[in-house]
Design a protein around this ligand. Structure first.
Ligand SMILES: [Mg+2]
Length: 313
């Protein structure tokens, strides 16, 4: 049976990012990383780093130096009882100064090549897997590979504050960069993954649901109180955003004006029509009343049309 995996960006997700890290002595695990990895490994997740390392193509470090940095990451994790199952890196960059690495690569995120290769080499179920990273390109690569995604937004980020396991928000206009969830660090991301991924069937629990890529909200009786509160908070936030976004629209304004005109024309037409019974009524009065009623009908149709447009905005 294929394994489920958590793909991890390296810089600013697993380790601190000083920029093109070439010296193993500069490796600093981010706080709580080892706990997150240990928890995920304990729940049978394969842990795989997928990292762009264009510093090699830029001539800032060699692949040997990169391997030493990665060995140091594994050494520090091992000291704390954790480990990564694999580290995939992409050293390529188009038009870079080091000719051997100056090329476009399907493995450079946001392309999903590293995840796809890992899936082949390590027998992974991509639809049951997750991608966690701190940039849009991590999310894009994860989505293109068919994984669910978590965007890490550190506390110092300029983006709006987020809570643990918040559902994702659009990152600009690019649908592919929408994460399924956001988290402030890898520990929170691990919480989300463990919470959102149903347990595999086992002898003790043969009815457990299989892994799937779905995002269904589980029934409340399976959720803790804090999870129920969190879901409610999310729904309330979405409602507020929906209200703010739809408080005013041009189609709603036009619908209101058309409705007003329809009423006015109907009243004028009705008055004219009633006046037809008067002996003093002119011969044109009938056609005038019909004209007003026709205008009323047209405006009413227009009002309904713009009203429906507003509902579909
Ligand atoms: Mg990063």
């Amino acid at each position: 049976m294929p394994h489920k995996a958590v793909f991890l960006d390296r810089d600013n997700t697993v380790i601190d990012d000083p920029g093109y890290l070439a010296d193993p002595q500069g490796v600093r695990l981010l706080p709580g990383v080892e706990e997150a990895l240990t928890r995920l490994a304990g729940a049978s997740w394969r842990l795989i780093v997928v990292t762009n390392q264009s510093g090699v193509a830029r001539g800032l470090l060699t692949e040997d130096m990169l391997q030493q940095v990665h060995a140091e990451i594994q050494r520090q994790l091992a000291q704390r009882g954790a480990k990564l199952d694999a580290i995939y890196y992409c050293p390529f960059l188009p038009e870079a100064p080091v000719e051997a690495y100056a090329r476009d690569s399907d493995e450079r995120k946001p392309k999903p090549g590293m995840l796809l290769r890992a899936a082949r080499e390590m027998d992974l179920d991509l639809r049951a897997s997750w991608m966690v990273g701190d940039s849009d390109r991590d999310i894009q690569a994860g989505r293109r590979a068919g994984c669910r995604t978590i965007l890490i937004r550190h506390d110092g980020d300029q983006s709006e504050p987020v809570g643990q396991g918040d559902r994702g928000e659009p990152a600009g206009q690019d649908d592919e960069a929408w994460p399924d969830f956001t988290a402030r660090n890898l520990q929170e991301a691990a919480e989300v993954i463990l919470r959102e991924s149903p347990a595999e069937p086992s002898a003790a629990n043969p009815n457990a649901a299989p892994q799937s890529g779905g995002r269904e909200i589980r029934p409340s009786h399976e959720m803790s109180d804090s999870q129920v509160l969190q879901e409610l908070l999310q729904m309330a936030r979405q409602l507020v955003r929906l209200r703010e976004g739809r408080e005013f629209s041009v189609s709603k304004l036009i619908a209101g004006i058309a409705q007003g005109l329809a009423l006015l024309a109907f009243v004028l037409g009705a008055v004219k029509f009633i006046g037809l019974s008067s002996p003093a009524a002119s011969s044109d009065a009938f056609w005038q009343s019909m004209g007003y009623l026709a205008i009323a009908g047209f405006c009413q149709v227009a009002a309904l049309t713009f009203f429906l447009m507003n509902r579909q905005d």
